[in-house]
Design a binder for this molecule. Structure first.
Ligand SMILES: C[S@@+](CC[C@H](N)C(=O)[O-])C[C@H]1O[C@@H](n2cnc3c(N)ncnc32)[C@H](O)[C@@H]1O
Length: 341
C-alpha cells in the first residue's frame, strides 16, 4: 500500500472546502478506509483523490442505480438525505470495483475549465503589447483544448469591462477584486496559431471524452458549470485546435522551432505543473530559456503549487534569462481575479 495515500486524501479533503462538502466528507473517510485506499491505488493520474471521486461520479452520471446517487446534486434533483453518504459510497465503489479500476487506469485528471480564460486574457493582452506581434499560442496540458479558443468567448468582468463576440454561446463572468482593475485589453489579443500539448488529449467530438469532462466537475457545482462546459464543447467541436499527444517536455522544443519569426511564442499552462515532478518543472523553464536565445518567449501561467492561492504569472524569457511578474491572484475556476501589480 502506498503510505502517502491516506495523508493525500486527508489533504485533498481540505481542498474541497468550500466547493464540495460532499467530496470533503468522502475524501476524509476514504483516508481511513483500507479497502477503498487499496482500490484508489490504481489511480495513475494525479491527484489520485480527484481521479477516484470522478470515477465514481462518472458511473453515477451514466445512470448506475444506487442509493449513493441521492447524495449527488448532479444526479438527483431531490434534497440530499440527512444520513451519512459514506457507507453508500463504500458499497458503491466495491460493487463497481472492476469498472472503477478500469477508469482509474485509463483516465487522468483533466478538468478543462473555460472560465480560467477570464484570468488568462489580461496576461495574453500584455504579452501581445510587449511583443508587438501576433501570439503563437502553445498550451501545455491542454486537456480538450477549450482554453486555446479563448478569443471565441464573451467576457463580462465585475467592474463593467466587457470583451469578445456578443453572439458567442459562451459568456464568462468574472468578479474583479482588490483596489486595482485588471488591464482588460480593448480588443482581443491577435493570435497567429494555437497548439495544445497533452499526455492524453481529449477529443470532445467523442461523446465519452466530453462525458469524462463532466464527471470531473464537483457535484455541487455541476448545475452551473456543466452547461457552460457543454457550450464551450460545441464551439470546439466546430473548429478543434491542433492537439499533439505526448509529454509536453519532449514535444515543446520541436514545436517552438516551427513557430514563424513574425509571431511571438506564448507558452501557457494552467493547473498542470502540479502533475509534474520538480525536475520536470525545471526542465520546462530550461527549454523556454534555451529557445529565448533565438527570440523572446512569453510564458503565461496560473498554477497553485507554489502559493496559497492560484497565481497568474507572466514571464518573459530573453537571451537565455527570465524576468517573471506575479500579476494576480485567481479563483481556482476563474470566478474572480485580484490584480496585484
Ligand atoms: C488538470 S488538467 C488542466 C487542463 C487545462 N490546462 C485547464 O486548466 O483547464 C492538467 C492536464 O495536464 C496534462 N498533463 C500532465 N502532465 C503532462 C505532461 N507531462 N505533458 C503533457 N500534458 C500533461 C494532463 O493530461 C491534463 O490534461
Amino acid at each position: 500500500m502506498n503510505h502517502h495515500l491516506p495523508e493525500h486524501f486527508r489533504r485533498m479533503a481540505e481542498s474541497y472546502i468550500p466547493h464540495s462538502p460532499l467530496y470533503e466528507h468522502l475524501a476524509k473517510n476514504t483516508a481511513d478506509d483500507p479497502e477503498l485506499l487499496a482500490l484508489a491505488e490504481s489511480a495513475a493520474g494525479d491527484p489520485a483523490s480527484n481521479l477516484f471521486l470522478a470515477a465514481a461520479h462518472s458511473l453515477l452520471l451514466e445512470g448506475k442505480p444506487h442509493a449513493l446517487a441521492d447524495f449527488y446534486p448532479s444526479v438527483s434533483k431531490n434534497p440530499p438525505p440527512e444520513s451519512d453518504p459514506y457507507p453508500h459510497f463504500h458499497s458503491f465503489c466495491l460493487e463497481n470495483e472492476e469498472e472503477i479500476r478500469t477508469i482509474l487506469s485509463t483516465r487522468r485528471v483533466q478538468t478543462n475549465e473555460v472560465k480560467r480564460c477570464a484570468c488568462l486574457l489580461p496576461a495574453f493582452g500584455m504579452a501581445g503589447r510587449l511583443s508587438e506581434k501576433p501570439l503563437a499560442l502553445v498550451e501545455i496540458g491542454a486537456s480538450a483544448g477549450l482554453n486555446l479558443l479563448f478569443d471565441r468567448y464573451r467576457y463580462v468582468y465585475g467592474n463593467g469591462n466587457t470583451l469578445g463576440d456578443e453572439r458567442s454561446p459562451v459568456e464568462i463572468r468574472c468578479e474583479t477584486r482588490g483596489a486595482t482593475a485588471p488591464p482588460i485589453p480593448e480588443g482581443m489579443p491577435e493570435t497567429s496559431s494555437r497548439i495544445g500539448l497533452d499526455l492524453a488529449p481529449l477529443d470532445v467530438r467523442r461523446p465519452e471524452d466530453a462525458s469524462w469532462l463532466e464527471a470531473l466537475i464537483w457535484p455541487e457545482e455541476y448545475e452551473y458549470r456543466a452547461p457552460m462546459l457543454r457550450r464551450a464543447v460545441e464551439v470546439v467541436r466546430e473548429d478543434p485546435p491542433e492537439m499533439l499527444r505526448g509529454d509536453a517536455l519532449d514535444l515543446l522544443p520541436e514545436v517552438l522551432s516551427t513557430i514563424p519569426e513574425n509571431t511571438a511564442p506564448c507558452v501557457f499552462h494552467t493547473f498542470t505543473v502540479n502533475q509534474f515532478s520538480e525536475e520536470m518543472r525545471e526542465r520546462l523553464t530550461n527549454i523556454l530559456a534555451e529557445h529565448s536565445k533565438v527570440r523572446p518567449v512569453y510564458r503565461v501561467s496560473i498554477e497553485w503549487i507554489y502559493s496559497e492561492r492560484p497565481l497568474l504569472r507572466l514571464a518573459v524569457f530573453n537571451g537565455g534569462s527570465e524576468k517573471e511578474r506575479v500579476l494576480a491572484a485567481c479563483d481556482d475556476h476563474g470566478g474572480w481575479i485580484e490584480w496585484r501589480e
